[in-house]
Design a binder for this molecule. Structure first.
Ligand code: G16
Length: 543
């Protein structure tokens, strides 16, 4: 079977964002676009001849076409084996685990995560290395640089690959192995949690749960684990069928995009526990009756109770959160007397800490939580952790959250997103803010500013430095405002403003985070040029 080189010209826009390259489907459909980027990955991934790669995606539109192109390039570049989830489906955490278990050289993850799908939606691809974790900043920069000079890529004429029939088949120089996307992942979950205890809870008939898979990748995983293995009644998993356009929805488990689940949990007849996951199964949202658990609180509560869970019974080595994430976890770490790391936004910054045993749990405000069992965030893992915790303690989500606030105080957290259609204008607004940092302390904002800086991170393992990771403003009452530009969108620019206010003892701790942080939101907006430059006086999204 012929392997040949295809002449191409570089695309200037293949710079990955927070987690891989995300663009409109129509951009990826341009001739050579995907092949160029894949070749850049393969050129930078080390010697792949004779090695295995894992490949799979969240099932969105263009998933299958992209996999076929990936197989042709893998064969053309001497990869020996491509391990693919049946139907081309692999959730991001499952792919990460599979890379490690099969000792693959890495993985091609076809996903734009929580971004909308369909012919007019988004597509994406990211490369995970042999550790199962996302490519480092350095490797990502190398891939981008290579893409800017791409003049050829290598393919083999392997014909159409069958991505649906389990087992392995030979396509010229390449073996394609089609695996059950769920089996390996489910076994790992069984090793971490007390399935008997969770099963007993779910089978009582008194405890009711709903899991909304938002028509994305987690559906098959949730059905197998929650309904088949743990015995939750059929119908516990809703929207469990992965669809190419996610049923027209936005597969992001947050109170805005999963509003129907929030409404269900606030109405008469609500379940005791609910959860949702995103496009590729790495995010999670946890709900109790009438309550959405803030991701920062979720991380803190899981850490505070971790030793009740079999997989974490020996305690935690340390914890980490991304910089904008609420500091609730810091308080738990302090009490447990374990280290707490503050990293830039992006799961890849946790990789070294996990790899070297510095941390056991980590999480982000963007509805991501996970542990050292994987090198990616893991939506269903978080759901199982919360289930096991409820089974172990006999307490429901509301009781666990309120109990935590009573014990540690509440780090009230809310995110204001300002979407600016003109991307350059968005960058200008952010740059102006960065420039104003030295003078922020002199501003009169109703509350004293006690400090402001531009966050920079030095990785404690490899000493690499990541600058310009967001602006932090500290206020005299302990509140904090953080600003950064989103790195996952495919149009315009989104300025994210993260608001955090500390409550201990006094005041109504149970009021909504949006109302409790409202005044802080005004202060935060007024420290920027959003109103003058973009005419934006109110956020376009509150999460
Ligand atoms: C990705 C990263 C996360 C990060 C998030 C931030 O999430 O994997 O680590 O927190 O982006 O997004 P933004 O840059 O828009 O604020 P995902 O789930 O999209 O892969």
């Amino acid at each position: 079977m012929a392997t040949h080189s295809v002449a191409t010209t570089p695309f200037p826009d293949q710079q990955p964002g927070t987690a891989g390259l995300r663009r409109k489907v129509t951009v990826f459909q341009q001739e050579h676009y995907l092949a160029n980027f894949l070749q850049a990955i393969l050129d930078c991934a080390g010697d792949l001849r004779g090695r295995s790669l894992v490949a799979g995606g969240d099932g969105r539109y263009f998933n299958r076409e992209a996999l076929q192109i990936a197989a042709e390039l893998a064969a053309g570049n001497g990869v020996d084996r491509l391990i693919v989830g049946q139907g081309g489906l692999l959730s991001t955490p499952a792919a990460s685990l599979l890379i490690g278990h099969r000792e693959a050289a890495g993985g091609l993850l076809l996903t734009a995560s929580h971004n909308p799908g369909g012919p007019d939606g988004d597509f994406g691809i990211k490369f995970n290395t042999a550790s199962g974790g996302q490519a480092s900043e350095r490797l990502t920069a190398e891939i981008f640089d290579t893409s800017r000079h791409m003049e050829r890529y290598f393919v083999a004429d392997i014909g159409q690959v069958d991505f649906d029939t389990p087992g392995e088949r030979r396509y010229g120089p390449l073996t394609v192995e089609i695996v059950d996307p769920v089996a390996d992942y489910a076994t790992v979950m069984q090793g971490l949690f007390d399935f008997d205890r969770i099963g007993a809870l779910l089978r009582t008939g008194e405890f009711r749960m709903r899991f909304d898979a938002l028509h994305a990748a987690t559906g098959p995983y949730a059905r197998t684990i929650l309904e088949d293995m743990l015995g939750a009644p059929e119908g516990t998993v809703v929207n469990g069928e992965p669809l190419e356009d996610f049923g027209g929805g936005h597969p992001d488990p947050n109170p805005v995009d999963a509003a129907s689940l929030v409404a269900f949990m606030s109405a008469d007849g609500a379940a005791d526990f609910a959860a949702a996951s995103d496009g590729d199964g790495d995010r999670n949202m946890i709900l109790g009756r009438g309550l959405v658990v803030s991701p920062g609180d979720s991380l803190a509560i899981l850490a505070a109770h971790a030793t009740r869970i079999p997989g974490y019974a020996d305690g935690l080595a340390g914890v980490a959160r991304s910089m904008p994430t609420s500091r609730a976890i810091d308080r738990v770490a302090e009490r447990l007397d374990i280290p707490c790391f503050e990293t830039p936004t992006g799961w890849r910054f946790f990789s070294n800490l996990l790899e070297h045993g510095h941390i056991t749990l980590c999480g982000e405000e963007s509805f991501g939580t996970s542990s050292n069992h994987a090198r990616e965030k893991d939506g269903l893992w978080a759901v199982l952790f919360w289930l096991d915790l409820q089974a172990a303690t006999g307490r429901d989500v509301v009781s666990l959250v309120r109990g935590h606030w009573a014990d540690y105080g509440r780090n009230v957290f809310c995110r204001h997103d300002y979407f600016i259609p003109d991307a350059q204008q968005g960058r200008d607004i952010f740059e102006a803010l960065e420039k104003s940092v030295p003078s922020l302390a002199r501003k009169s904002v109703g509350l004293g500013v006690t400090g402001a800086d531009i966050f920079s991170y030095r990785d404690p393992i490899d000493d690499s430095v990541s600058d310009h990771q967001g602006v932090r403003v500290m206020l005299e009452d302990g509140s904090r405002i953080v600003y950064r530009l989103s790195g996952t969108g495919t149009a315009g620019a989104t300025l994210r403003i993260y608001l955090e206010r500390i409550m201990t003892g006094s005041g109504d701790m149970t009021a909504s985070a949006a109302s409790l942080t409202g005044p802080l939101g005004h202060i935060a907006r007024d420290l920027t040029t959003l109103v003058e430059s973009a005419g934006l006086a109110a956020p376009t999204g509150v999460i």
